[in-house]
Design a protein around this ligand. Structure first.
Ligand code: GCO
Ligand code: MN
Ligand code: MN
Length: 389
């Protein structure tokens, strides 16, 4: 393996404990491997060059642990983090696994379950802070419905807002340095999940009491499950200043949430995603929320993890080549004509500019004749990404 693609701490590659810990259970079959324990995950990922790990409260501390057990587990985990120099940049709450959450957590119809969910999130935030996390993700695992006759979707969004407002206040009241990231998913495990896309989350953030504390954690697979273009969603998050975390994986559109090794499907989309992140100076964690194929053994976990990081670095190198390639750049410039006078005219409104524009004589027939030479640029991109160039 070339040293060029050797992950380094500066690459900020992270993995969820649940990713390398995944045992391959699915709705039709039982576990197929043991999965990495939290301690093993930290040690092995550190050896591979990762920056850190992320966790749900219950990836580390079982839901029924006593206070003493919790403290012992956390202390042991912190020792391994110190030994390896691994970080925990993000933490989250498991609000979906236990049967209590089978009809949602923050949006459950039962006020007792909503209260328990907010309490569990507060404790999860405390745990995250203890481990040094400055980002806290909310993925509404079961915040959805199959029986719309039983649940009011307007109340659901209102309940979600109340929970997030409550937790923002909790973070401020504790003096924690912690920001939230919302992760959308259209469906699975629920028939429909509320706030199903990154764009929907962005609209929702604007309705919160502390929108400045809340950003996004978009995931490749989730946007593609809905048939949407992932890197366009990420672009909107970047434009809004809300891309604080990202879940990298791969997915065939229209399928169940596959959570495949990064870039293992849709190479072109993966290339443009890496290009977007690199060209825009994204400096948050590059988090892989994926898991090894169910056909894999425990040994395959590490091939999977190394593959995610290596593929990212290969695509990053392709992005460098794309940006430095004179022929590609020339084709790009041709596709992006400039006209400073016209651009100044339409970039912002004032009345004289509006009058000038209104009086101009445009000929749509002539404009429509202009060539959009995208064929060559797209072919050059294909040749670069596939290594023919
Ligand atoms: C999924 C989700 C989760 C979340 C995780 C962190 O579809 O299972 O992507 O893996 O990212 O719960 O909030
Ligand atoms: Mn995810
Ligand atoms: Mn997923």
């Amino acid at each position: 393996m070339s040293v060029m693609y050797q992950p380094k701490k500066e690459d900020k590659f992270t993995f969820g404990l649940w990713t390398v810990g995944n045992r391959g259970r699915d709705p039709f079959g039982d576990e197929v491997r043991a999965g990495a324990t939290p301690i093993e995950a930290v040690r092995r990922l550190a050896e591979l060059g990762a920056y850190g790990v992320n966790l749900h409260d219950n990836d580390l501390v079982p839901i029924n642990a006593t206070a003493g057990e919790r403290d012992r587990i956390v202390a042991e985990f912190k020792t391994v983090l110190d030994d390896t120099g691994m970080k925990v940049p993000m933490a989250t709450t498991n609000l979906f696994y236990h049967p209590v959450f089978r009809d949602g957590a923050f949006t459950s119809n039962d006020p007792a379950i909503r209260a328990y969910a907010v309490q569990k999130a507060m404790r999860g935030i405390d745990l995250g802070v203890e481990l040094g996390a400055e980002l806290y993700v909310f993925w509404g695992g079961r915040e959805g419905a199959e029986v719309d006759a039983a649940k009011d979707p307007v109340s659901a969004v209102k309940r979600m807002r109340e929970a997030l407002n409550f937790l923002c206040e909790y973070v401020m009241d504790q003096g924690y340095k912690m920001r939230f990231c919302l992760e959308a998913k259209p469906n699975e495990p629920r028939g429909d999940i509320y706030l199903p896309t990154t764009g929907a989350m962005l609209g929702f953030i604007a309705t919160l009491a502390h929108p400045e504390m809340v950003g996004l954690n978009p995931e490749v697979a989730h946007e593609q499950m809905a048939g949407l273009c992932f890197h366009h969603a990420v672009a909107q998050a970047i434009d809004a200043g809300k891309l604080w975390h990202i879940d990298l994986n791969a997915q065939k559109p229209g399928r169940f949430d596959q959570d495949l090794r990064f870039a293992s499907e849709g190479y072109k989309g993966a290339f443009f995603l890496v290009k977007l992140l690199e060209d825009n100076g994204y400096d948050g964690p590059r988090h892989f929320d994926a898991h090894p194929y169910r056909t894999e053994s425990d040994q395959g976990i590490w091939d999977f993890a190394a593959g995610c990081m290596r593929s990212y670095l290969i695509l990053k190198e392709k992005v460098r080549q794309f940006n430095a390639d004179p022929e590609i750049q020339e084709a790009y410039r041709e596709a992006n004509p400039t006209d400073p006078d016209l651009e100044a005219l339409i970039e912002s409104y004032d009345r004289p500019k509006a009058e000038t524009l209104k009086a101009m004589d445009w000929d749509p027939e002539e404009l429509a004749q202009r060539r959009l030479a995208y064929e060559r640029l797209d072919q050059l991109t294909f040749e670069l990404v596939t290594g023919a160039r």
